[in-house]
Write a protein that binds this ligand. Sequence first.
Ligand SMILES: [Zn+2]
Length: 679
Amino acid sequence: MAKKTKAAKAKTAADFTRKDYAALVDELHYHNKKYYLEDEPEISDADYDDQMRLLKEVEVLHPDWVQPDSPSLKVGGEVREDFAEVKHDPPMMSLDNAMDIAELRAFHDRLLKAGLKKPVYHVEPKFDGLAIDLVYEKGVLTVGSTRGDGEVGEDITHNVRTVANVPLRLMLDNPPEYLSIRGEVIIKLKDFEKLNKRQEKEGKKLFANPRNTAAGALRQQDSKEAKDKYLSFFPYTLAKIKDAKKRFDKDMRTQDAIWKKVFPALGFKTSAYHLVTEIEGVEKYYEKMTADRSSVEYDLDGLVIKLNDTTEWENFGATTKAPRWAIALKFPARSGITKLERVTYQVGRTGVITPVANLVPINLGGVMVSRASLHNADEIERLDLHEGDMVEVVRSGDVIPKVVAAKSDKRAKKAKPIKFITACPSCGKKLVREDVFFRCVNPACPEMNEAFLQFFVSKNGLDIEFLGAEWVAKLLKNKKIKDYADLFAITKEDLLEFEGMGELLANKILKSIDAKRQVPFPKLLTAVGIPNVGEHIASVLAEHFGSPESLAAASEAELTAVHEIGPGTAASVAEWFADKTNQQRLKKLQANGVVILKAENTRVSDDFDGKTFVFTGTLTKFTREGAEAEVKARGGRAASSVSKKTDFVVVGADAGSKAQKAKELGVAIISEAEFAKML
Ligand SMILES: [Zn+2]
């Protein structure tokens, strides 16, 4: 398909015919392949740039000619305001983890027990990047998406196109109708260095690590931003391809041949891998790579071990979560030794005190670490932590670094053991011990209230946009609010008193507060911070009891009778609702115009089972959340953007591009009144 042609030579953009244009597209694909796949460029970068410029000139003159696989899309600049949902076909599974050799052995033994005779393992790098799915229809890249929950991801095609070594067109003469290929988007370490040098030069903030930077880049609205981050793609699975056997015959039978032959034939470059016939071979390779991992050109967090014989995959099948024929063997977390400067204490939103180790900054796997969690008082005791200790700190993935050991052999003779505080660092009240935690139980504790309200307005709470941590702190400090219920009585005058607050921002804040006046019950239950009640337990309680009134009336025994509710949770829920302050706040909340909607999971019917709704424009009868809750209560799904999978788009006043897109896709468009009728 990609051929070297001369059709486009010696012409200016104005002279181009449509055939010339197609030939130039082919030619640029050919050079991309030479450069990215074969490492054998035939033309200079300057010549390539010239041809690309010519292509873009032609596309400006003839926008109707632009092909969906035009190499100009690689340059970026496409802007998308929201990311549609993409249903993965087939779903993207995750892998089970083995944390050490013993767990790897257990995996191997399970396969032997299940009847495997002589396993050959394909050992692949486990990239520390972002898994994506690429769909090619008739050989052209049509959808690139994030993994999401494995079933449904986000459409990030515009950004994926800019990834240098993602071909926009498969290198096959007779491409299949549908092909799905999965792999990881990463930033190579040398590219990451280059990126941060550039940031430094431009006086911008440095990026923390390649993984987060890649993740951020893939979720940019403007694909130029993604293009800028030197992303690379490495495939690992050919998830689906029509008539694969006919095409690739026995090359589809082993993962090794897929990597060596099929991927390159499609136009993808693979990373290095290792084929071993004995489990001992995997162990040896793991030990070597654990020691050598910094010699690889990208971040690795382990190895992926798969049965090489793909015909066996089906035989071994999968659990609900992961295939049985593969496992991710993780490298030990990154660690280092540094000095403990002091221990400080944070008051959390439920009053729990968390000790934090303040450290002499240390570089752990490319990230500077100066603070690490010490979890609780027991942990300090377990570590036998003393003032000025040298401590071992570990960072793994995105989690907060933690202190895993104190080096007692390096301890100064007179060093005193660290003693957990007995009074709250914020309000000075005596702390109360509950299990392993110390808590401040003063309802007026300033730091606790601040942490509580900051959570309440955050994404995990009610998600009140524009009202960030800083404004919450100011509102509290200036006594504009005392508790969460007061948020719903804030006036514009209150807000405008603050320096840096303008009319525009004040309006935005008030609008987003208004948007939360109808709040689903489980969401509120999560946001108010009842000890032991997280998102999941909140929805269990909400589903069972339906309303705050009936939950408040439930005895501890009734609570414990609910599946998944243990005695500890039952006690804290009962205690929370028995508390006068909490009762008053709930009342005040409702007095301030907040309506608590029935539980999301309380099905009123199955009328909308399997149907997806998108709301756009301003609704008059419902708030956005309220309308979405109604859909969910009937077994439907509410999505944020329109795609082929959308069943109904409900259009309010001033509907924008979503209504337009629905029209283009032929999705049913209904008014708010029609929606109300459906209910
Ligand atoms: Zn306190």
